[in-house]
Ligand binder design. Structure first.
Ligand code: UDX
Length: 673
């Protein structure tokens, strides 16, 4: 059957009832040598892991393949980085989607993701005429077999279509997937608007949206003048959550391509549903979606088990979570290449941008901007170059720096004007400092765990953006300000005998108890988190989290809440500063019984409310710098172009092992094409 908007038509080509997927071929009886399959990779990428995307392209690259990169329309940084690759690639087989109609804000699970895939497929068809398969991948995919093995396999299977089906009872799949609900994408959100009836006579199928499609089938589904089946499906899938997970499967099964269906998306996916199905996309979709977990070093066995199977890619990988597994996977598929590269400088490091001054979208986080800006000022102050005064210090970039699979610190790249003292006295011209410096900054230690608990508690941290799926904070530098929602995350030592429940006290900078929680040791999993109820805006200064076992102090953490120097990426106004920097008017609501011993750690003093906090401009900056310098430590600074003032004092950035400008072979695409 076929359908258009409201009507259902009979379709009479191909067998739908009694459908059976085909088997992939692993050998050929043909004597003639088939031309090797050519792949058009469609990379849909978002976020800031541009170095990982460069690494992915490097490892997949072959001059006969074509790469089309779609960057989420809201991601300026990634887009610029990808344009950089396109520019360097003189062979022109790496192209970036640009312009209206070709770049979309492809939200998670959104109808826009299918739109992206189809408009990109069309563009790929127009730009390159000789490919055999379209393979879509994201920033978190990585191959688990060599290019040669993938090409060999696809050569044997030309004309076939690889999609992974759900493998359940169809009605159950439809309900779980929300296919019987209408969704409308508006303002980067999928709104659920009600129930719907799916068209009759159509075999609904779906599963994964990572596919390898034959050129013929892509020409059919992406045709700008689609046949009634495709135009009908497009109408339905325009109002469907996660449309790319079902559209291709359904189009395949109900069209003349049904006997080219192979139930394999060539991927191994790291599903850990207990962790991955935490409704983490509620802000974006009216649904509880699931995501696969990142592979970690301990999962390498799982990667290796794909050796003899028709699996060529794995997902997901994030170097900020675990780069070692990516290294091991690459070493495994390309052993001879890895012997050389392993020894290269920077091999064990990873850099990921967190801020770039040229970005307009997405807006920078005001707290991160406030702290990074302050760290730029502190960097120049720390240089202590005699006879020079630095002014107009400009923050250029902030980068998260990892080494040996650990977050080491934040890199702050900045520049400034210089005035020598003489010219300052005579008020002559300031000297623009074209040179920049970069600093490596780490968080100071702010946790104490008592001796008897050290063998039970492995880690404690307070920050924001706790990722329940990966059980880690995404706010790596613990940048918190008056509007932040801090969370305490803990990691316990496996196998220890639970002692007692712990009380968690949240104490504000005045020593007042702001909230209280419980850590139930009997129920505690190895990883967990506790979210307090602290009224906004938070009081500025050093907060304490006390873990108490009855009257005994078990552990103490300090965390910093800074005032905001920026509001919506503009310097904060006096009015806004007054509104945000004077704490909450509502008193704390702590209802539980308070152990009288705890009063030793608390204050009963009242706050003098007659003074209104209204620092702004330089005064506000000085205040922020004083707070920030208590929590962050400048470990090293380097220069980018030789500055006579620092000769002999600092290293050149490109020669260090840590600077964002030091060699990064893995993301080096200079000799790619
Ligand atoms: C899982 C499934 O693997 C996938 O099949 C399904 O579509 C969504 O759920 P998940 O890991 O959660 O995937 O999604 P992710 O890889 O983060 O995103 C899917 C694609 O959308 C990627 O290509 C990603 O770059 C893109 N995306 C995501 C955007 O373009 N913008 C966003 O804001 C989020």
């Amino acid at each position: 059957m076929l359908f258009t908007k409201n009507r259902v038509f009979l379709w009479n080509g191909g067998t739908i009832a009694g459908f059976r997927p085909q088997e992939a071929r692993n050998s050929s009886s043909k004597n003639s040598r088939e031309k090797p399959a050519r792949i058009a990779y469609l990379l849909t990428v978002n976020g800031r892991a541009s170095r990982q995307v460069k690494r992915l392209i490097s490892v997949l690259y072959h001059p006969s393949h074509f790469f089309y990169i779609h960057v989420d329309a809201r991601q300026d940084y990634m887009y610029r980085e990808m344009l950089g690759i396109e520019k360097k690639c003189t062979t022109k087989n790496i192209r970036v989607a640009r312009g209206i109609g070709l770049r979309h804000a492809s939200i998670w699970g959104g109808a826009s993701l299918l739109k992206t895939l189809l408009s990109s497929a069309n563009e790929i068809l127009a730009q390159d005429h000789n490919w055999d398969f379209l393979v879509n991948l994201s920033e978190s995919d990585f191959p688990v077999k060599s290019n040669a093995r993938l090409t060999e396999f696809l050569t044997l299977n030309k004309g076939m279509n690889f999609v992974k089906s759900h493998g359940r009872e169809v009605q159950r799949f439809i309900t779980k997937q929300g296919l019987d609900k209408s969704f409308v994408e508006c303002e980067a959100r999928m709104w659920r608007i009600g129930d719907r009836k799916l068209p009759t006579g159509i075999q609904i199928d779906g599963g994964s949206d990572w596919v390898a499609l034959s050129r013929d089938f892509v020409e059919y589904v992406a045709n700008p003048v689609p046949d009634p089946l495709i135009s009908g499906l497009l109408e339905v899938f325009r109002y469907t959550l996660l449309p790319a997970e079902s559209f291709f499967h359904t189009a395949l099964r109900n069209s003349r391509f049904c006997d080219t269906y192979i139930d394999n998306n060539l991927h191994v996916t790291n599903w850990k549903r207990k962790l991955g199905c935490k409704c983490q996309y509620r802000a974006i979709v009216d649904w509880c979606g699931c995501s696969p977990n990142d592979f970690k070093s301990e999962d390498f066995g799982r990667i290796k088990s794909t050796a003899d199977r028709n699996l060529f890619f794995a997902r997901k990988f994030e170097p900020t979570i675990d780069q070692r597994i990516i290294d091991r996977t690459e070493e495994w598929i390309y052993p001879s290449k890895s012997n050389k590269t392993q020894k290269l400088k920077g091999y064990d490091a990873y850099w990921q941008s967190v801020y770039h001054y040229a970005d307009l979208s997405p807006m920078a986080d005001d707290t991160l901007l406030t702290i990074s800006d302050s760290l730029a000022r502190l960097t120049y102050k720390n240089l202590k170059i005699e006879d020079y005064i630095f002014s107009q210090i400009k923050l250029l970039e902030a980068t998260a720096y990892f080494r040996s699979n650990r977050f080491i610190g934040i890199l702050i790249r900045c520049n400034a004007n210089t005035n020598d003292l003489e010219s300052l006295e005579s008020s002559t011209f300031q000297n623009e400092f074209p040179e920049q410096v970069e600093s490596l900054i780490s968080l100071k230690q702010n946790i104490t765990i008592t001796k008897s608990w050290k063998n039970r508690i492995r880690n404690l941290a307070v920050s924001t953006d706790y990722d329940q799926k990966e059980q880690t904070f995404r706010n790596l530098v613990a940048a918190m300000s008056v509007l932040s929602t801090p969370v305490l995350a803990y990691e316990l030592v496996p196998g220890f005998t639970p002692l007692r429940n712990l009380s968690v006290l949240w104490v504000d900078p005045y020593g007042h108890l702001a909230d209280m929680g419980q850590l139930q040791m009997e129920e505690a999993t190895l990883f967990g988190h506790i979210k307090p109820q602290l009224g906004e805006p938070l009081v500025i200064g050093t907060w304490h989290v006390l873990l108490m076992a009855d009257s005994d102090l078990v552990a103490k953490l300090n965390f910093l809440v800074v005032p905001l120097a920026y509001w919506r990426n503009q310097k904060i106004t006096l009015r806004k500063a007054k509104e945000l920097h004077n704490g909450s008017l509502a008193p704390y609501q702590v209802n539980e019984n308070i152990n009288h011993w705890w009063t030793n750690y608390l204050s009963t003093s009242t706050i003098n409310s007659s003074t209104t906090e209204q620092r702004i401009g330089l005064e506000l900056e000085r205040w922020i710098d004083a707070l920030v310098s208590e929590y962050y430590e400048i470990k090293n600074t380097c220069w980018t172009v030789e500055m006579p003032e620092v000769r002999g004092k600092l290293e050149k950035c490109s020669e260090t092992s840590w600077s964002s400008l030091s060699p990064d072979y893995k993301a080096d695409i200079r000799n790619l094409c």
